[in-house]
Design a protein around this ligand. Structure first.
Ligand code: PBE
Length: 267
């Protein structure tokens, strides 16, 4: 119905992702800040969200999702962020590499590589698009590592090879983190590590590094998105700084939708 409000068109639903994601907390804050009490934020996963987006997009139907950059969806579809004049989703931020206390002493080589790991949204986007196109994450990561030997050599410069030492990286099945974790996992494998990539929820990812059951993750969105986790485990992990700068979170819609601001959701 052309005359229905945006809320009526989408059943007052915003398609969210896994409940542990920081973006879900930001979406709940937006609901408060913009007085959207009749709206609900649907929990699910990144994969379910992108599947729902594809279904709507293919039929040019209205849809509102929780979205973030870097993400392949902005390459695959014509999408826009809704303006967020109240700043519920925070400022642009960075993705940090987070390691367990003691990693530096126990595995100085891996520590050095994780500390050196730094790339940009274009590079991450290349890996993400490969995976989107159907390549297995480990194969997409291996191809990127091979094609970007100059970048990778900056991360491994002066680092000695090891002989099958076990290292365990945690990650959440967010598209951005599937890409980054597979890339750094491949680099550590090539250095001689026996690497396990352990897919977990956001809470257990931070808990795992804090209690030492995980050695590291490269998925710390800071200072805002994962602030609760970082505060909860302060002192129980080491932050090696940003591995990627300039991320963004928000509510995202197809460009064919006739709204521009989160304020437009209130009727
Ligand atoms: N994300 C992707 C995560 C961090 C990485 C934006 C979905 C989150 O909201 O916690």
């Amino acid at each position: 119905d052309e005359n229905a409000s945006i809320g009526e068109q989408v059943d007052h639903e915003i398609i969210g992702i896994d409940p542990g994601a920081g973006i879900m907390k930001a979406a709940a804050k937006a609901k408060e800040d913009y007085d959207l009490s009749d709206w609900s934020i649907v929990e699910g996963s990144s994969a379910a969200m992108t599947a729902t987006l594809k279904k709507a997009y293919d039929k040019k139907e209205p849809i509102i999702i929780t979205g973030w950059t870097p993400h392949w969806m902005f390459n695959a579809y014509d999408l826009k962020y809704l303006d967020d004049p109240k700043g519920s989703f925070g400022e642009d931020e960075n993705i940090h590499t987070i390691v367990r206390n003691g990693l530096k002493e126990d595995m100085p080589e891996a520590y050095q590589v994780l500390d050196n790991f730094h790339w940009d949204t274009d590079a991450m986007g290349e890996v993400m698009m490969e995976i989107y196109d159907g390549t297995q994450p480990e194969d997409a990561a291996a191809a990127w590592v091979k094609d970007n030997a100059d970048v990778v050599s900056e991360w491994t410069k002066g680092v000695s090879k090891v002989n099958g030492d076990k290292i365990k990286l945690g990650y959440v099945a967010w598209d951005s983190e599937i890409a980054s974790t597979n890339v750094i996992g491949k680099v550590l494998t090539d250095l001689g590590y026996d690497v396990t990539l352990s897919q977990v929820e956001a809470g257990p990812m931070w808990t795992g590094v804090a209690d030492g059951s995980l050695d590291a993750h490269v998925a710390g969105w800071l200072p805002i998105t994962h602030e609760d986790y970082a505060t909860k485990y302060a002192g129980k992990f080491e932050d090696l700084g940003a591995n990627l700068e300039g991320t963004k979170l928000g509510l995202v819609v197809p460009k064919y939708m006739d709204i521009d601001s989160i304020e437009d959701l209130k009727e």
